[in-house]
Write a protein that binds this ligand. Sequence first.
Ligand SMILES: [Fe+2]
Length: 214
Amino acid sequence: MTRSRTFAGFRGGRGLVYNGAGSMGHETATGRTDELVRRLDEAVDTDCVHGRCDKVKAILEDVFRSGEPFLAPEFLEPDPERYARRLVHRDPAGRYSVVAMVWGKGQGTAIHDHAGQWCVECVYSGTISVTSYDLVSGDEEAGVVQFRQEKTVLAGVGEAGALIPPFEYHTIANALDGPTVTVHVYGEELTWCHVFQPVEGGYERVRRELSYTP
Ligand SMILES: [Fe+2]
């Protein structure tokens, strides 16, 4: 496998950026969300999944780099127990969903997939560290698998990456002491995924049901 399509949009080494998204007003943020949804509605009508992800990625980068309010304050609250995950928009036609995640100090994920869905992830505020993995051996249906760790990149505000299966194994971690906020657009609503837990000789795949933070 090559890594060319995994988080292809993230550029490493941009440094730490924080845009103070927590001060954004609700009314303005709601208007920006509506605008984003209108643009995403058009983008997801693209037949080719690569073209679709390119368009979604360009929209997220454009909106977030503007520095204008997008997420209402209720989406920006960290959860001390684990990273917060909140549904921003569910396309009535089932073509995509938009989820905001808030990463507190030290919070991150295990190695995971996205249940075979395409996904575009973009940093709204702060900085995340994304590490890609290549599944090099083993049978994930039957037992233990082995991963090779690929590159790790830091992504700051307005930097986005696309995950298109089968290039989908990765971890995400907050790179800051303060909160980082990311926005994820999935091919449909992501209600479960696989996480990979370290065991002797590799990693064991476990199905995990996903829920939203209140
Ligand atoms: Fe992910």
